[in-house]
Design a binder for this molecule. Structure first.
Ligand code: PRP
Length: 209
């Protein structure tokens, strides 16, 4: 048997939908359902190995070629960049990047430099650079929604899915930045060396989206 194709899969929000997709393809995913604390899991009769990882690490593993493929949000791709092929929009994990402020706050008025809190400094910088707008970007690790409430920032650039977090904290979207969904990424060398296997897997995936 060939070496299994190794797929890095983002833990958490995207995990359930990705495994749902694999099951739709007919792959036995028992090992994932019974994983306990194991992080490398054989599926599809051992033809595929799933590696559960944090989003940023999915990109790192695929870039370095220790995983052939990965499933990760466009949000992480836009922030981390990296050298790999982004081949399929999987259509799940849909949300958006948005600029939000305290309700009723007039963000675009006045001449002072605006302060933006975000977990995604690069995405934010690009967004405001395109507008030709000077901003101060402050990187926050946890709940970014706190920043305008504590008056650390004029606005935030963050992921909005249902909008509940913003609403419950008296914030509102004032502009959409970019749509986000889960993407299938592939290591550049793997695509050359294992082209047939990867191509047939991708075809199967596309047929089942
Ligand atoms: C994200 C994001 C918002 C929230 C938006 O955080 O940073 O806080 O989801 O979702 P909503 O529009 O459905 O309310 P997440 O829950 O992923 O946690 P994190 O802080 O660990 O990124």
């Amino acid at each position: 048997m060939n070496k299994p194709i190794r797929i890095a899969l983002t833990k958490g929000r995207l995990e359930k939908d990705t495994i749902g997709l694999f099951e739709k393809l007919g792959f036995d995913c028992t090992a994932v359902h019974e994983k306990g604390r194991r992080l490398i899991l054989p599926i599809a009769d051992g033809n595929i190995e799933v590696v559960l990882a944090k989003a940023n690490d999915v990109i790192t593993y695929v870039e370095h070629g220790v995983c052939d493929m990965g499933v990760v949000g466009k949000d992480t791709i836009m922030e981390m960049h990296g050298k790999f092929f982004e081949l399929v929009d999987l259509g799940f994990g849909k949300c958006k990047f948005a600029l939000a402020t305290k309700k009723g706050y007039d963000f675009y008025s006045g001449y002072g430099i605006k302060t933006i809190a975000t977990k995604y400094p690069d995405v934010s910088r690009n967004f405001f650079e395109k507008k030709g707008m000077d901003t101060e970007i402050i990187k926050i690790e946890g709940s970014v929604e706190l920043a305008p409430l504590l008056e650390l920032a004029d606005g935030i650039v963050d992921i909005v899915e249902t909008g509940t977090t913003l609403k419950e904290n008296g914030l509102e979207v004032i502009e959409d930045v970019a749509p986000v969904s889960a993407r299938l990424i592939v290591n550049t060398v793997s695509l050359k060396l294992r082209r047939n296997e990867i191509d047939s897997l991708i075809t199967l995936i596309k047929e089942n989206l």
